[in-house]
Design a protein around this ligand. Structure first.
Ligand SMILES: NC(=O)C1=CN([C@@H]2O[C@H](COP(=O)(O)OP(=O)(O)OC[C@H]3O[C@@H](n4cnc5c(N)ncnc54)[C@H](OP(=O)(O)O)[C@@H]3O)[C@@H](O)[C@H]2O)C=CC1
Ligand SMILES: CC(C)CCC[C@@H](C)[C@H]1CC=C2C3=C(CC[C@@]21C)[C@@]1(C)CC[C@H](O)C(C)(C)[C@@H]1CC3
Length: 619
């Protein structure tokens, strides 16, 4: 039998069950049979912990600026309520124990949440509900302590989503905002006071989580449908008559599609981009606050990676390397990238099974298929290398520009032209501008839904590594074999449309980012806002007073401008506009749903003031 590591009376750090937070505890006793330590937290809470959940004090570095309090309930005053994890002070004499972390490891069938069987007799956890309601200041139903629950085991589920949102948004109000808050508080209904003993718990009653993307059937369909759709589009695009009504040619045999050399080039591309990302150049910034209070660091060097990639492409051209090889083997490249994204998704899912609960995505569900699709782990990292962040901007987005360039060269070769067509130049320049904008404003990615909400699974792995470079470049691919004679007047109208879309997209995104960075920025002083009880405000004038998603409107206008140079003979080059409209309408609904939960009444007020979502008077 292994010997015990800690002695009675020793002061150590004990993990709070179901979380990755450690608090100062005193060892009370050790049960050699169950190999559990009974420990006492500073606020009097007694729990039973496994040895692996107990660490010597010296193994902890004090976090810079973090709480030094060793009791979760004491931290309450200095940190947001939602971050505390201890049950708080119990009435004197009421002994509490818990089958703590070994119970927390039990995985409920089909449920991703770790279930914590807590024998916390005086606590009534059920009515507490979702913490978001509490921070919203909305009226909420709350029962009082139910004495009849005494001595019964309460089965509680720590909802990662509730704690995630609460942590993200329970910011302390700025001084300037306090005034506004006082005025607004008259309008807001007061939330009933939560009994002190319940306050630190962020728990919800077991509830069925609504799944996005049509749940398991929807996710399964998307996972089969997207690769099928990709190959259909690419095959159709090479047809002389790419009409959607005509049948696509049969898919070449697998032996023809699977090209080891192409796979090698693809892997080389991916790892060279990874290497560029690892270079110690570029600013390091912190992402949004995570459930456990941490803020991950990200190196912003996408633009440098692009410059280095351009240098490599330039040298390759100079040496006469045949870049058109990619055009002639486009399907093979698409297959290599697809296989790679599937392998990556399997790896991501497998590693997520070992990830601590706090590191799971609030979008994940506990269902293996759904989680494989949406991603189980929020920020999978190998050391400091953030896989999701890297894939979102680098191999796919920079790859898209390279694919477009290859198509431009292929057009000149196939159509025996000395210069590329005007249509091809427009498509290339428009999309180049879009990618440059993304890399230049790289930091803005850190607040997107993909980074803070969705996990890293098949959806983003395939989306980033395959969907973006191989379908977003469809217009350029189409133009190689379907030449368009674009007149200058029409080209001018298209350029004006693109610029108009870009101005809306960039100004809307920049306005929101600037406001989120510094709500008291004097440059934004003219804008009207609605205060929300999370401490954050919502813009209700300027771009965000025009429609609720002006950035999506700008993006959609740009999408149309990317397709127009391809003429009006076929629908195929308009695939991007159609797909993107569907994606953004769905994305808008997802975001709306999350905002309603975050901001409650304030969001409803915003919707009243700004009734249209994307397109004024239409949608
Ligand atoms: N090309 C492509 O394939 C894709 C492009 N995109 C583009 O990416 C960009 C980012 O999109 P996305 O991450 O979906 O979302 P947004 O940039 O639109 O961000 C939505 C968030 O903004 C905040 N917000 C909403 N309304 C207001 C307001 N009135 N005042 C202040 N803050 C507000 C809320 O977050 P909070 O309050 O928490 O700050 C909300 O959750 C967009 O420009 C989009 O077009 C997106 C998907 C695919
Ligand atoms: C089709 C699937 C079901 C979903 C796949 C979606 C992905 C292709 C997109 C999800 C969000 C994206 C973003 C961009 C590219 C497409 C994906 C990955 C983005 C990097 C494009 C450039 C923009 O400026 C941006 C704001 C940085 C975008 C962020 C979101």
């Amino acid at each position: 039998m292994p010997s015990r590591k800690f002695a009675e009376g020793e002061v150590v750090r004990g993990r709070w069950p179901g979380s990755s937070l450690y608090y100062e505890v005193e060892i009370l006793s050790y049960d050699s049979k169950s190999q559990l330590y009974t420990v006492k937290y500073k606020d009097g809470t007694e729990l039973e912990l496994k040895e692996s959940d107990v660490k010597p004090l010296k193994s902890f570095k004090q976090r810079k600026g973090g709480s030094t309090s060793s009791s979760p309930s004491r931290r309450r005053s200095s940190r947001s309520r939602s971050r505390s994890r201890s049950p708080g002070r119990a009435p004197k004499g009421s002994r509490r124990s818990a089958s703590a972390s070994h119970q927390a490891d039990i995985k409920e069938k089909g449920a991703r949440r770790e279930i914590l069987q807590v024998k916390l007799t005086p606590l009534v956890l059920k009515p507490f509900g979702n913490s978001i309601n509490v921070i919203n200041g909305e009226p909420e139903h709350m029962e009082k302590n139910d004495i009849s629950h005494k001595n019964k085991q309460e089965r509680v589920i720590l909802s990662p989503e509730s704690s995630y949102i609460a942590t993200q948004y329970s910011l302390r109000p700025r001084r300037e905002e306090v005034k506004v808050r006082e005025i607004e508080s008259k309008e807001q209904k007061l939330a009933p006071k939560v009994p002190a003993a319940l306050e630190p718990f962020q728990v919800t009653t077991p509830q069925r989580k609504e799944l996005e993307f049509g749940g398991v059937p929807g996710a399964s369909l998307i996972m089969i449908g997207l690769p099928a759709c990709l190959f259909l589009l690419l095959l159709q695009c090479r047809q002389k008559d790419p009409s959607l009504l005509s049948l696509p040619p049969p898919l070449p045999a697998l032996g023809e599609l699977w090209e080891p050399r192409v796979c090698g080039i693809y892997l080389l591309w991916f790892f060279v981009q990874a290497l560029f990302h690892l270079l110690p150049i570029g600013k390091v910034v912190e992402g949004t606050t995570l459930v456990d209070g941490r803020r991950l660091k990200y190196r912003l060097n996408g633009f440098y990676a692009f410059v280095l990639t351009s240098a490599i492409v330039g040298i390759s051209l100079f040496w006469g390397i045949e870049l058109c090889y990619m055009y002639t083997h486009f399907l093979q490249f698409a297959l290599a990238a697809t296989v790679f994204s599937v392998i990556l998704s399997v790896y991501l899912y497998a590693r997520s099974l070992k990830a601590p609960r706090d590191e799971l995505s609030p979008a994940s569900s506990g269902n293996a298929i759904y989680d494989f699709f949406i991603g189980r782990e929020l920020n999978p990292r190998i050391g400091a290398f953030d896989l999701k962040y890297f894939c979102e901007l680098r191999p796919g987005l920079i790859g898209w520009v390279v694919v477009n360039l290859v198509m431009l060269l292929a057009e000149m070769k196939v159509q025996e032209r000395g210069t590329p067509s005007l249509a091809m130049v427009l498509v290339n320049s428009f999309q180049f501008l879009y990618v440059m904008d993304a890399l230049w404003n790289e930091e803005a990615l850190l607040t997107t839904m993909d980074i803070i909400h969705d996990g890293f699974g098949f959806m983003l792995a395939f989306g980033d590594l395959v969907w973006v470079p191989f379908t977003y470049s469809l217009q350029a691919f189409y133009l190689v074999t379907h030449p368009q004679d674009l007149s200058w007047p029409l080209a001018s109208v298209i350029i004006a449309l693109k610029l108009c879309g870009y101005v809306i997209f960039r100004c809307a995104n920049s306005q929101k980012n600037a406001f989120r960075k510094n709500p008291t920025d004097p440059k934004l002083a003219h804008l009207k806002t609605i205060h929300t009880s999370t401490g954050k405000s919502l813009l209700v004038s300027g771009w965000w007073g025009f429609v609720r998603h002006p950035n999506y409107l700008g993006d959609l206008i740009m999408a149309l401008a990317w397709s127009l140079p391809c003429g009006f003979n076929h629908l195929l080059p308009y695939f991007y506009v159609i797909y993107f409209t569907a994606l953004l309408v769905h994305r808008e609904a997802r975001d709306e749903h999350q905002c309603k939960r975050k901001y409650g009444l304030a969001w409803e007020k915003y919707c009243q003031r700004v009734p249209y979502r994307i397109l004024p008077y239409v949608y």
